[in-house]
Design a binder for this molecule. Structure first.
Ligand code: ZN
Length: 194
């Protein structure tokens, strides 16, 4: 089932996600719905906060992107990225395994807003997969960037918090307009519910 993507200005985007004790059928179902929602939105990643749930869960699928390569290593062995897609990560954690690089980024909660963000080029990741099994791998390129971006969402951190000051200043009118339209819509819905 496709879910509604929450836009900037919605308070849930600032909530830290609760860790999951285990992957229940309901959580696995949420992950499946998030994959469907991400793919419909042509996104490469989605965090639970973006569908209104403050849970430590992200989904990733980089198969649609051909001009920005991704790599995955398992136990020092190069693996096929496509074999891991779509990827579901519960309770993810990561550590940098290479220096940071600057690259353009967008976000499904910020339509038409893009900026260069500095993130580690390669990272080591640990998480639980959709069956609740422990997953541990090293990744680089686009997928490493996506996982760091979604990990931030799970902490209530947004990519605007990591933009260069000049970029954010330039985008401020667009950001303000988006925040205001989201909040106006939320207020309207609250009235409609009464
Ligand atoms: Zn995002």
């Amino acid at each position: 089932m496709q879910l509604e993507i929450v836009k900037y200005g919605h308070p849930v985007l600032r909530k830290k996600g609760q860790p999951v004790a285990g992957v229940t059928p309901a959580l696995a179902r949420l992950a499946e719905d998030m994959i469907e929602t991400m793919q419909a939105g042509h996104g490469v990643g989605l965090a639970a906060q973006q569908v209104g749930r403050a849970v430590q869960l992200m989904v990733v699928d980089v198969r649609g992107v051909t001009d920005r390569p991704s790599s995955i290593e398992l136990g020092g062995q190069e693996a096929r990225v496509d074999d891991f897609m779509p990827m579901v990560l519960f309770n993810p954690a990561w550590k940098a395994a290479a220096a940071p690089v600057d690259c353009m980024e967008g976000c499904l909660s910020f339509p038409d807003i893009f900026a260069e963000i500095r993130r580690a080029a390669r990272i080591d990741v640990e998480a639980l997969d959709i069956r609740g099994q422990r997953l541990s791998f090293r990744c680089g390129g686009l997928i490493a960037r996506v996982i760091q971006h979604e990990f931030d969402h799970l902490q209530g951190i947004l990519f605007i918090d990591r933009m260069m000051w000049e970029d954010k200043d330039e985008l401020r009118p667009q950001l303000e307009a988006l925040r205001e339209s989201t909040q106006a819509e939320l207020a309207q819905r609250a009235v409609a519910k009464r």
